[in-house]
Design a protein around this ligand. Structure first.
Ligand SMILES: N[C@@H](CCC(=O)N[C@@H](CS)C(=O)NCC(=O)O)C(=O)O
Length: 239
């Protein structure tokens, strides 16, 4: 009998996108519980004190927390198509769940500080009006504090990005990602890159690469647009 799957997720979250794509690839029916940030308390109640982030999944009531562990569990439930096809893929997925995934949060929140009206586009609507932008400014500042974004860190994150994107291209060149069938590393890395593609300033760094191709093919739709020119001049490295 098919297990009962309940996914706890937040709509724009890239690790949640990775897991949702994994469920789709495996053809697994599931119930999705959409949480509204801040969701840390709700997650702790279900998944335990140290597990306050999304995604989490209940498999026949048993809690599995984190995008990687969930995808591993899905492989146990349904073998085909396998997501962790090799140790290289496992290592690449773990790598993608590190600094790269963090940048999928800090870089967009960092850019939104400079273009707060664009926050409306992530909900699928247009740019915000004046009162909406006032709300966005305070929301974005709370997110800066929560995710420990600072201008100094933003500048460092931007400087670190090209080396991470080079590693993505190397993984594709080695055939670990970017094959005919998406694996766990394609999903983990592709989800973060899909978020970064909505930041106009970052698109030139990704343009034409394997990373962009993977991100757009696995995640064709992802609303949101932060116009280029958001980050201070000279902070986005050339690639
Ligand atoms: N590496 C974990 C991290 C997940 C994560 O940080 N999720 C974010 C949303 S993208 C979150 O829930 N943040 C809220 C918080 O940190 O309390 C995973 O892939 O599952």
């Amino acid at each position: 009998m098919a297990p009962e799957l309940v996914l706890h997720a937040v709509a724009p979250s890239h690790p949640c996108m990775a897991v949702t794509a994994a469920l789709r690839l495996k053809g697994l029916e599931h119930e999705r519980v959409e949480l509204a940030p801040p969701h840390a308390e709700a997650m702790r109640e279900i998944y335990g004190e140290s597990n306050h982030t999304v995604p989490g999944m209940l498999v026949d009531g048993e809690p599995v927390h984190g995008s990687g562990p969930i995808m591993e569990r899905l492989d146990q439930l349904v073998h085909e198509p396998l997501l962790y096809t090799s140790e290289e893929v496992r290592a690449a997925e773990r790598w993608g769940d590190g600094l790269l995934q963090d940048l999928g949060r800090r870089l967009p929140w960092g850019a939104l500080h400079f273009r707060p009206e664009a926050m409306g586009t992530f909900g699928g609507a247009g740019p915000l009006d004046g009162p909406g932008t006032d709300f966005a400014i305070s929301y974005i500042h709370a997110c800066w504090r929560y995710h420990r974004v600072s201008a100094a860190r933003l500048q460092e994150d931007l400087a670190a990005l090209p080396a991470l994107l080079d590693h993505v291209e190397q993984l594709a060149g080695d055939g670990v990602i970017g094959g005919d069938r998406p694996n766990a590393a394609d999903l983990q890395i592709g989800a973060t890159l899909r978020v970064l593609l909505n930041v106009g300033d970052l698109r030139p760094l990704l343009r034409g690469g394997a990373g962009e191709r993977i991100a757009r093919s696995v995640f064709p739709e992802y609303p949101g647009e932060i116009p280029s020119g958001a980050y201070p001049a000279g902070w986005v490295p050339h690639h």
